[in-house]
Design a protein around this ligand. Sequence first.
Ligand code: MG
Ligand code: ZN
Length: 383
Amino acid sequence: MKKYLFLIFIIPAFVQAQKYNYTTIDSLDKSKFVNEHPYEVRDYAATPVRAKKAKNIIFLIGDGMGGSHVYAGLIANRGNLYLRTMPFSGFNKTNSSDKLITDSAAGATAFSAGVKTHNGAIGVDSADVPVRTILEMAEEKGLSSGLVSTSRITHATPASFIAHQPSRGMYDEIAADFLKTDIDVFIGGGRSNFDSLRKDGHSLLPELKAKGYEIITDVNALQDAKGDKIAGLVGEGHLKPVLLGRGDMLMQSTRLALKVLSRNENGFFLMVEGSQIDWGGHDNNVPYIVTEMLDFDQVIGEVLKFAAEDGETLVVVTADHETGGFAITGGSIEQGIVEGQFTTHSHTGVMVPVFAYGPGADLFTGIMENTDIFNKFIEALDW
Ligand code: MG
Ligand code: ZN
């Protein structure tokens, strides 16, 4: 990530925003980004699908990724993204059970379990009763499962697929819920919710080891992992933004997850989150949004390559909500320049895009409820 090194000198402040524990970056000009290094987009999704029903599902969530965020990435990459190659698309309505404007916990629980619930809810319904998630269903049916995130792995989006807690801030309790499942791979930050830095001082790492997990704490060790079960706790808290040197952590993590999960002949469910697109929106920061968007899109490309070779993998990309009320107010596709403005530091209520490729992808068109994503997964899997 040499190309962004210069930014480290003009971005001295790096603070955690309190309310939802996200990162902000104080750069000199948050309203404009110029992308000097566009990447080539290959058309993996042009490969015809071989199966009628999906054996594997790879679900990619761009947290806070509205239409403007996608288009900002497309402008910055000189008019192309892997997202553009996906043949089916639609919109999802993001409202939660109690609010027009959802948070990421209710948003992810809608995806993971097909229920609208209250903001802050992690894998529980609006009465705080635990709901069975698609990850848990996959495990029960003998499939493998995985979660990959650039935030704490205990943060709202990944947590809602595996944990059952009434409040998203219960990180230590959420971490303990990982041990109640048979998840095969989880990679992200949040090591301090698993080790002796927990509030109760009780490290869960020996229990993870006893359950057969290879515990990885260094991003650079991901590519050498050998285990069939991986606990990748590669940051104490959240991972850094791309702009502050995260490198290709999301790509390495996704590659490892695909390598491990695809060993199961019964198939797998994998959720990969581009967590920090949301934080760029909260921070009203165009460079933060665009760099996270391009990082996420390149991982989508890697996933599409896998799915095209495999032929039985459904790939769905969407967002839990839009963040920032982000509008593109200027720029240039030819020069990869994006200029933007914002209406809020919070989430908004607009519909967000859905993209799909693979067996069952044709189900993901038109305007759907966020809960329909779960129902369509079940249909595509023929469960
Ligand atoms: Mg998230
Ligand atoms: Zn957010």
